[in-house]
Design a protein around this ligand. Structure first.
Ligand code: NOJ
Length: 519
C-alpha cells in the first residue's frame, strides 16, 4: 500500500457543483484547480473526483460514453492533466472515479453490440440470446436493437451491464458466459487499458463504482474477487503505487481483491446509518441513538480485514442525504470528532466541512432524484451565486440553497468557532499523532446498546489515546479506570477520570493521552 495512504484525508468533489470558471453555470476542472489551495488549507491531502468523462449525463456521469475523454463541459484532457500536476505540486493525490460495471446506451461499444452482425463488441455486454428471455433478477433493455436478445442493466435502465462473465454459468442458458471466456476477458482487458491511460497521465488511482458486482451469479463475490486480483497484478507490474478504493461495503472481500480501502456504505450491512441518518441517530443530542450495532459490525470487519487495508467512513457522498439534514450545530462538530479519529482514511464530501444543507424539494437533475438535494453548488462566499459561478442564477446546474443563513467557506474561515475551523483543528491533531492515523490500532472500550458515550483507544508504538464522544445533551458515565496523562483535544466539555469511572460532560468530544495501564 502506498505510504501516502497512512495519513490520507480525502475530499470528494462532485465536479458539476464545485466551481465554475467559465460562467456556464456548471463546475469544471479548472475550477477545481483554482480551489486546490482551499482544499489543502482544510487539511485534506487527497481528492476523489466523481466521474468527469464524456457522457449523456443520465446518471450524472455514471453513464460513460467515452472513458478516454473528459466531458467537454468540464474541459479537456489537458486540463485534467494540469490538475494532476497541480495536485502533485501541493503534495496531494487524486483518484478518478472508474465505472467498470456499465456504460451509457450512447457508448459506441453498445451501439456496435446492438447490431445483428457479429462484431468485436457482440459479447461486451450481458445479452440473452432471445428477446423473449430476460436475464433473471437484473432488469434489462429490450426491443431497441436489431440483434435478437435482451441486455442486462446494472442500475438505471439506460446503463447496460458490461460482460465480465458469470461465476457459475447455467448450462441451460448458453448465453451466460464464464469469466474466462473470450468476451469477458476482452472487457477486462479494455478496463485495464482505461486504467493504464489515466494512470499514465498522472492520476494516483481510482474509486471504483459498484466494484463488488461485476461478475454475475456470484453471491459470495468469489468471481469478482478473482477479477480484481487480476487487476491488482496488472497494477503491481505497471503502477505499484496506484491507490484503489472500492464501493463494495464488504472489506473482507474487497481487500482480498487487492483494494487498499473500502467504504462503509449507507446501504448493506454496515449500520453506518445508525450514526448519522436514521430517526434517532447516535450523533443527535437527543441521546436516543444506538452505536452498538455499528461497533459490532465495524469490529467484525476490522478483524476480518486483518489490517490488510483500510475501512473508510465517509461524512457523506453524492448518493446520501447531507449530514446536516439530521444533525445540527455542535452535533456536527462532535460527529467530525468521531470521523477524524477513526482508523482508515476519512472522506469529507464537499461542503460537509461547512455544514451545507440538503436542499429540499428540488426537481431531479441528471438522474439525481432525491440525491439532487445533496449535490447543490458549493457555497464559497457571499458574492453572486455564493461565488460558485458568474452565470445568471437560473442557469446554475442545480439551484443554490436558498436559505438566508446558508453557510459559506469564507465566513466560516473568519469565524473561530465555525464547523470548518473545528474540522481544521481536528485534522491538525490527527496529522500530528500517528495513533490517530489510518493504521493506528483501535479498541472500543465503551459502546453499549442504547447507551452513551462512545469510547475507544487508538494506539501506535509509543502512544495510547482515549477518545470519548458524548453527543447527548446529558452528562454520561462509564466504568473504566485509566490514568489521563494529558489532554490533546476537547470540544464542548471535559472528561473526568475518578475511582474507575469516566464522566463525560454533555455534548462533548475529547482526546486524552493515557499513561500506564488501563482496564
Ligand atoms: C454508485 C454511484 O455512487 C451512484 O451515484 C451511481 O448512480 C451508481 N453507482 C450507478 O453507477
Amino acid at each position: 500500500m502506498s505510504q501516502w495512504l497512512d495519513n490520507a484525508i480525502f475530499y470528494e468533489i462532485y465536479p458539476q457543483s464545485f466551481k465554475d470558471t467559465d460562467g456556464d453555470g456548471i463546475g469544471n476542472i479548472n475550477g477545481i484547480t483554482e480551489k486546490l489551495d482551499y482544499i489543502k488549507s482544510v487539511g485534506c491531502n487527497a481528492i476523489w473526483l466523481n466521474p468527469c468523462f464524456e457522457s449523456p449525463f443520465g446518471d450524472a456521469g455514471y453513464d460513460v460514453s467515452d472513458y478516454y475523454r473528459v466531458a467537454p463541459r468540464y474541459g479537456t484532457n489537458e486540463d485534467l492533466k494540469r490538475l494532476f500536476e497541480e495536485v502533485h505540486k501541493r503534495d496531494m493525490h487524486i483518484l478518478l472515479d472508474l465505472v467498470p460495471g456499465h456504460t451509457s446506451v450512447e457508448h459506441k461499444w453498445f451501439k456496435e453490440s446492438m447490431k445483428a452482425e457479429k462484431n468485436e463488441f457482440t459479447d461486451r455486454y450481458v445479452w440473452t440470446d432471445s428477446i423473449w428471455e430476460e436475464p433473471e433478477g437484473m432488469g434489462c433493455i429490450r426491443g431497441i436493437s436489431d440483434r435478437d436478445g435482451s441486455c442486462a442493466v446494472n442500475f438505471f435502465s439506460h446503463q447496460p451491464a458490461l460482460n465480465y462473465g458469470f461465476y457459475k454459468p447455467d448450462p441451460q442458458k448458453k448465453w451466460q458466459q464464464g469469466t474466462e471466456d473470450k468476451g469477458p476477458l476482452s472487457t477486462l482487458n479494455e478496463l485495464i487499458n482505461i486504467m493504464r491511460f489515466w494512470l499514465g497521465m498522472g492520476c494516483d488511482g481510482f474509486r471504483v463504482d459498484m466494484a463488488g458486482s461485476l461478475v454475475k451469479n456470484d453471491a459470495d463475490g468469489k468471481g469478482t474477487i478473482k477479477l480484481w486480483q487480476k487487476v491488482r497484478s496488472f497494477l503491481d507490474r505497471e503502477f505499484p503505487d496506484a491507490a484503489m478504493v472500492s464501493e463494495w461495503g464488504e472489506p473482507d472481500k474487497s481487500l482480498q481483491g487487492g483494494f487498499h480501502m473500502d467504504f462503509l456504505l449507507h446501504f448493506g450491512p454496515s449500520h453506518y446509518n445508525d450514526l448519522f441518518r436514521c430517526e434517532e441517530p447516535f450523533f443527535s443530542s437527543r441521546g436516543k441513538g444506538d452505536v452498538s450495532e455499528f461497533v459490532k459490525k465495524y469490529t467484525e470487519n476490522y478483524e476480518k480485514s486483518e489490517r490488510k487495508g483500510l475501512i473508510c467512513i465517509p461524512s457523506g457522498n453524492h448518493d446520501m442525504d447531507r449530514l446536516s439534514r439530521s444533525l445540527h450545530g455542535d452535533e456536527l462538530k462532535i460527529a467530525f470528532a468521531f470521523l477524524l479519529t477513526m482508523p482508515g482514511a476519512p472522506f469529507i464530501y464537499y461542503g460537509d466541512e461547512i455544514g451545507m444543507n440538503y436542499v429540499e424539494n428540488l426537481t431531479s437533475v441528471e438522474g439525481g432524484y432525491n440525491r439532487t438535494g445533496s449535490r447543490s453548488p458549493m457555497q464559497w462566499d457571499k458574492s453572486l451565486n455564493a461565488g460558485f459561478s458568474t452565470a445568471a442564477p437560473e442557469k446554475l446546474y442545480i439551484p443554490l440553497d436558498g436559505s438566508s443563513n446558508r453557510p459559506d467557506a469564507a465566513s466560516q474561515l473568519a469565524d473561530k468557532s465555525s464547523l470548518l475551523n473545528e474540522i481544521k483543528r481536528l485534522i491538525v491533531i490527527r496529522q500530528s499523532h500517528k495513533a490517530l492515523q489510518s493504521k493506528g490500532e483501535i479498541e472500543f472500550v465503551f459502546a453499549e446498546k442504547n447507551s452513551y458515550p462512545l469510547a475507544y483507544i487508538r494506539s501506535s508504538e509509543n502512544e495510547r489515546l482515549l477518545i470519548v464522544i458524548n453527543p447527548s445533551s446529558e452528562k454520561k458515565t462509564f466504568n473504566f479506570s485509566a490514568d489521563l496523562k494529558q489532554k490533546i483535544y476537547s470540544f464542548g466539555g471535559e472528561i473526568l477520570s475518578d475511582g474507575g469511572v469516566i464522566t463525560a460532560e454533555p455534548s462533548c468530544a475529547a482526546i486524552y493521552a493515557l499513561s500506564g495501564s488501563y482496564s
